[in-house]
Write a protein that binds this ligand. Structure first.
Ligand code: DPP
Ligand code: ZN
Length: 844
């Protein structure tokens, strides 16, 4: 396959003034007519006329009305064109019902829908399918469906015929079309300048009761973006459509967002608190793209972080405002470490702005999204809040309507703050997670903190240079008081010291508060000092972090030295979790342990070879120890967390349920499954029902409940995804692969549906000890199914290959087994470009 380089960017040779598309829908024989007004691009000397096109049957083409015979290839067509403005017309035939890859125009449960990001539009018609070509689209749809939708505003609708016009110039990846027998959940929103916007959430009949929350979240997002970023919506209509078969979470098409049904549909009976929170965040994310992505788009796909990093950052601010800021921050850090750090420290490492790729779909990664968001957060910490919002105003002013770059973005900050961001830009160009080592000296009331930063070299970045790292620091006195309030230190050198004078007694340094930079901090505090911060730090993140480090250290000692669970950790956590003045959601987070995969990383970093079975064993032993330590208080906290009021998915109730269910798992461990069974039987919402079910399975008392759950919910796909996933996640390590294998034989294992495939195999990959079982059966099973899925859906297959990315940290036997499976997949005839690139990179 061909490698594409950022350095090779050149503008397209032609400008498009407008585009008219006419669709005549038919499951296997849809006709698409295009009429495109091109003219030579004055800013380009390129005069080769190339249009992307894949899997299209060309019926005919003409230029200015005269038929032409273009030269066709697998990737598109070329044609002789006039050196003056001209009208290109073409007609193609496509096969939406045969499109299982879910890119371009496809069918899902009888409805037509599209997914064009990144390069799906070329499967719909011949077009310069690149984000820097922006045009005004008019779309006509002929089809026998009650609902026919496209971007922008409707201009004419009659039965079986609809015409749409989108006044905002857009790149082809934001094109969308939907047709089907759908029902609208309608509402409206008035923008602060008085524009009335009609809002619709379109769903299939039967899902009408799952719309209300998504609609509220949309209105909250619209309000928030006005208040915080001064951004208003810019059309009279905003439509969202829920689709069951979808590769991603959702897509921000202009005026017509398309959502994976799992990312928008929710009712209290069918969705958990975590589902509600995720839905609220994704609705916000896609809505926020209207400005950061659509009004200002990307020049090329190397700039993907320009819209994704910023939009993830914006949706995290929104969630922090809607719910609890510390809980959101801690949850984001857990996720960042699990997904992004793993990527950054393995064979898939790449900069936030990559410099080459073969298949762009493989770069919708945690690095581009989540590290991309962290980079924005650091920029805001460095320039300060007021300067950040001023810079954003300038960004929207200066680049509205542009296809922009990271250089444009940074220039806005340089111009509005006067700050030189040359070194900061390394966050975009260098791969790898920086390690920051801190040593302290204490003398005559002065504390000196000595920082050393080191970025491990990788093939993506062989010679890393020091980065600008904002380090939020506070000092906590011996009695627990804050003796120095949070201040921002800026590391710019490989080594740097900061001195703090006139301190009476030696304080404990609380470093990297609020996780002010995406780095690995190595700060040798004693267990007593960590316990001191766990008890007293005013920074909720670092308080949580110290508990987490104590847990990790204890777990590692249990593996290496057969040590007992650390008393100081158990006591410290007991004290925080018992503190009723703290937010229940925060107390619940405090009870979490480092993931087994995180422990494997920690062992590998320390030069040990991780043994997944041993890691699983000590994690279980630690949970047993927590259950014993909480034996007395857990039933009381559990009781205090029960809610009499009707279910609401807000932060307050969700926090209480989360603490209550953390207690339920301790109680089940220590006292048996009676309480879990009672909760299962009484549950009137999915959060309580699913948590109880998980505990019953874990206690090996779940068979009856699993059967009852299945018969209650077999009509509901999204709930059945949970049923499939939970059985794998909660299986014993010896059984996880077998359970997954058996589930693939279930009549409802509809493996071509990405949500169902991920429910089983995403859960298997997430089950560390089960996936890495010494027999190799986890590896074999996943490889078998990736081979089967690849010809059907390359994008989801390639995404799932990441399960193998940590192979190099295990023992020789496991490494050999994994490599053999990677080779077996790679040897499959006609393997997709997506999967080939992923496996080649992973294998190294
Ligand atoms: N739809 C995906 C997202 O919103 C890709 N743009 O992140
Ligand atoms: Zn996005």
């Amino acid at each position: 396959p061909q490698t594409i380089y950022l350095a090779d960017y050149t503008p397209f040779g032609y400008v498009i003034d407008d585009v008219a598309l006419t669709f005549t829908l038919d499951p296997h024989h849809t006709r698409v007519k295009s009429r495109i007004a091109f003219r030579p691009n004055p800013e380009s000397t390129e005069r080769r006329f190339f249009l992307h096109g894949e899997g299209l049957k060309l019926i005919g083409a003409s230029i200015d009305g005269a038929p032409v015979t273009p030269e066709l290839s697998d990737e598109g067509l070329t044609c002789e064109v006039p050196d003056a403005p001209f009208i290109w017309e073409a007609e193609v035939e496509i096969d939406p019902a045969g499109n299982t890859a879910l890119e371009g125009l496809y069918m899902s449960n009888g409805m037509y829908c599209t997914q064009c990001e990144a390069e799906g539009f070329r499967k719909i018609t011949y077009y310069p399918d690149r984000p820097d070509v922006m045009a005004v689209f008019s779309v006509t749809i002929n089809g026998p469906h009650p609902v026919l939708l496209s971007n922008g505003n409707p201009v004419a609708t009659q039965e079986h015929h609809a015409e749409w016009h989108d006044p905002w110039p857009k790149p082809s990846y934001l094109f969308a079309l939907v047709a089907g027998d759908l029902i609208a959940h309608a509402d409206s929103f008035t923008t602060r300048s008085g524009r009335d916007v009609a809002l619709n959430l379109y769903v299939r009949p039967g899902d009408e009761h799952k719309c209300a929350f998504g609609m509220q979240a949309l209105k909250a997002s619209m309000r928030w973006d006005e208040h915080v970023y001064g951004r208003e919506y810019d059309l009279d209509l905003f439509n969202i459509v829920a689709v069951d078969d979808f590769n991603m979470g959702a897509m921000e098409n202009k005026g017509l967002n398309i959502f994976n049904s799992s990312a928008v549909l929710a009712s209290p009976e069918t969705a958990t608190d975590a589902n509600f929170e995720r839905i609220e965040a994704i609705i916000a994310h896609e809505y926020f793209h209207n400005w950061t992505g659509n009004r200002i788009t990307c020049r090329d796909w190397f700039q993907l972080c320009l819209k994704e990093g910023l939009t993830v950052y914006r949706d995290s601010q929104f969630t922090a405002d809607m719910r609890s800021a510390p809980v959101k921050r801690i949850s984001d850090v857990i996720d960042l470490r699990a997904r992004q750090f793993a990527e950054d420290q393995g064979p898939l490492a790449h900069p936030v702005r990559p410099e080459s790729f073969q298949e762009i779909n493989n770069f919708y990664t945690a690095t581009v999204y989540e590290k991309g968001a962290e980079v924005i957060g650091m920029l805001k910490r460095l320039v300060g809040d007021a300067a950040y919002y001023q810079a954003l105003d300038l960004y929207f002013d200066r680049h509205d309507g542009d296809a922009a770059t990271i250089e444009d973005w940074l220039k806005v900050f340089e111009d509005s703050t006067g700050r030189d961001l040359t070194q900061f830009k390394r966050w975009y160009s260098q791969a790898g997670t920086p390690r920051v080592k801190v040593t302290e000296t204490w003398q005559d009331g002065s504390l000196t903190l000595h920082f050393a930063q080191h970025i491990p070299p990788s093939s993506a970045t062989p010679d890393p240079q020091p980065q600008v790292i904002p380090v939020a620091l506070g000092l906590v006195g011996p009695n627990g008081d804050e003796v120095l309030e949070t201040r921002m230190l800026e590391l710019t050198e490989a080594e740097q010291s900061f001195r703090f004078d006139d301190l009476g007694a030696r304080p404990v340094a609380s470093i990297l508060r609020d996780f002010s930079a995406p780095v690995v901090l190595e700060h040798d505090l004693s267990d007593d000092e960590r316990a001191h911060l766990l008890a007293h730090d005013s920074d909720p993140f670092n308080r949580w972090e110290q508990g987490r480090i104590l847990a990790r250290q204890s777990l590692l000692a249990m593996i290496r030295e057969n040590a007992d669970p650390d008393r100081a950790y158990l006591d410290g956590i007991h004290a925080v979790v018992s503190d009723e003045s703290l937010d229940p959601a925060y107390r619940a987070l405090m009870l979490g342990l480092p993931s087994q995969s995180d422990l494997a990383t920690a062992l590998h970093d320390a030069g040990d070879v991780p043994d997944p079975a041993a890691i699983h064993k000590v994690s279980e032993a630690m949970r047993d120890a927590l259950a014993a330590r909480f034996a007395e208080i857990a039933p009381r906290i559990y009781q205090a967390c029960q809610i009499d009021a009707p279910y609401r998915p807000d932060a307050d109730q969700a926090g209480r349920r989360s603490l209550g269910n953390a207690m339920l798992s301790l109680i089940t461990r220590h006292h048996g499954p009676a309480k879990a069974q009672a909760q299962f039987d009484a549950a009137d919402n999915m959060t309580q029902q699913l948590a109880a079910l998980a505990n019953l399975i874990r206690a090996e008392a779940g068979d009856a409940a699993l059967a009852a759950f299945e018969s209650q919910w077999q009509h509901d796909r999204l709930v059945m995804d949970k049923w499939f996933g939970l059985q794998v996640l909660e299986a014993k390590p010896d059984d996880a692969a077998d359970v997954a294998e058996q589930l693939t034989r279930h009549a409802d294992f509809n493996w071509k549906n990405p949500n169902r495939f991920r429910a089983v195999f995403g859960s298997l990959a997430a089950h560390h000890a089960g996936f890495h079982h010494v027999s190799g059966k986890g590896y074999r099973l996943l490889a078998d199914w990736l081979i089967r899925l690849d010809p059907v859906n390359p994008q989801t297959t390639a995404r799932m290959c990441a399960a193998f990315q940590t192979w190099a940290r295990y023992d020789a036997a496991r490494r050999n087994m994994i490599r053999a499976e990677l080779d077996r997949i790679l040897a499959t005839p006609k393997l997709s470009r997506d999967t080939t690139e992923m496996l080649t990179r992973i294998r190294g």
